[in-house]
Design a protein around this ligand. Structure first.
Ligand SMILES: Nc1ncnc2c1ncn2[C@@H]1O[C@H](COP(=O)(O)OP(=O)(O)O)[C@@H](O)[C@H]1O
Ligand SMILES: CC(=O)N[C@@H](CCC(=O)OP(=O)(O)O)C(=O)O
Length: 266
């Protein structure tokens, strides 16, 4: 099977028209596909309205008990169900899931190190049989950023990490392409200017641009997850605007293609 694992960013989801345009394109994509989403922007906004100040470290949310309640309601509830309902309207059968549903993504609470992330989960297992079974029935899994530890505890996991891990696990027995759709044309030299697109990036360029703070915040976990996926057998990793996804799936760039020096592509 050739499978497309597609991650949609919270900034896109936050704009109903852009989200709808993306979902229409997702529904029209041929082949086997899985959608992963977060919704960090809305979670921060709703949290703030409840008096909870968001705290992010390198693009990852510090998740205390109250924040966990908010992100569960926002990701697993409102956003997940809205996405599924819209996909149904576009003729794409879909099923919305947290990691606990069907035990699809199991994680462990991140150990406290220099930073205590609270209820944040690191993925340890993916139920790839269930995913393969759903997609073979033309049902697209729509998976949010909430995972579980199989001991009754829900955990918050960065959605880019979930996308990368699901892609990696499926890549053990299938050809998998991973697409990160977000609110920029790709990795940029100037994050405010889509014209400054870097069409190809490898580990060395990434490290240099991270050091120079050209790459920062949410772009750090996105790129780290992208490289991790390539190192672990994912066929192709791309990031860019949702409106260019249809080009990316045909192998046309129109965004940033991630390449690994470890596998000698240069
Ligand atoms: N070099 C860069 N190129 C593009 N975006 C960057 C860069 N550095 C930082 N960013 C920021 O990273 C954001 C994407 O990360 P994030 O908000 O986590 O994405 P998502 O919308 O997928 O959740 C962009 O909206 C941009 O503000
Ligand atoms: C642990 C952690 O950082 N979890 C993320 C999960 C959501 C997410 O990744 O959403 P975006 O794709 O919109 O960024 C968070 O709560 O922000």
């Amino acid at each position: 099977m050739e499978i497309s694992v597609i991650k949609i960013g919270g900034n896109v989801i936050d704009h109903p028209e852009k989200a709808s345009e993306f979902l229409r394109a997702f529904a029209a994509l041929p082949g086997y596909k899985i959608l992963i989403h977060g919704g960090g922007v809305l979670a921060s906004r709703i949290g703030k309205s409840l008096g909870i100040t968001p705290q992010m470290v390198d693009g990852r949310r510090i998740t205390d008990a109250k924040t966990l309640e908010v992100v569960t309601m926002v990701y697993a509830g409102l956003i997940n169900k809205q996405l599924v309902a819209q996909l149904q309207a576009f003729g794409q059968n879909a099923i919305g899931m947290t990691g606990a549903d069907g035990n699809v993504v199991q994680s462990v609470k991140r150990p406290v190190g220099a930073i205590d992330y609270g209820f944040v989960g690191d993925v340890v297992a993916v139920n790839t049989d269930l995913l393969a079974s759903l997609i073979s029935q033309s049902i697209a899994p729509v998976i949010c950023a909430i995972t579980h530890n199989k001991q009754g505890q829900l955990l918050n996991t960065n959605a880019d990490t979930i996308a990368s891990t699901i892609a990696t696990e499926l890549a053990k027995s299938h050809t998998v392409n991973l697409f990160f759709c977000f609110d920029r044309a790709g990795v940029l030299m100037d994050e405010k200017n889509d014209e400054s697109l870097i069409p190809l990036i490898n580990e060395d360029i990434y490290e240099e641009l991270k050091r120079d703070k050209v790459i920062h915040s949410g772009m750090i976990p996105k790129l780290e997850n992208a490289f991790e996926a390539l190192h672990k057998g994912v066929n192709h990793v791309w990031m860019g605007l949702p409106e260019n996804l249809h080009l990316a799936v045909k192998g046309k760039n129109a965004g940033t293609t991630i390449q690994s020096l470890k596998y000698g592509l240069f």
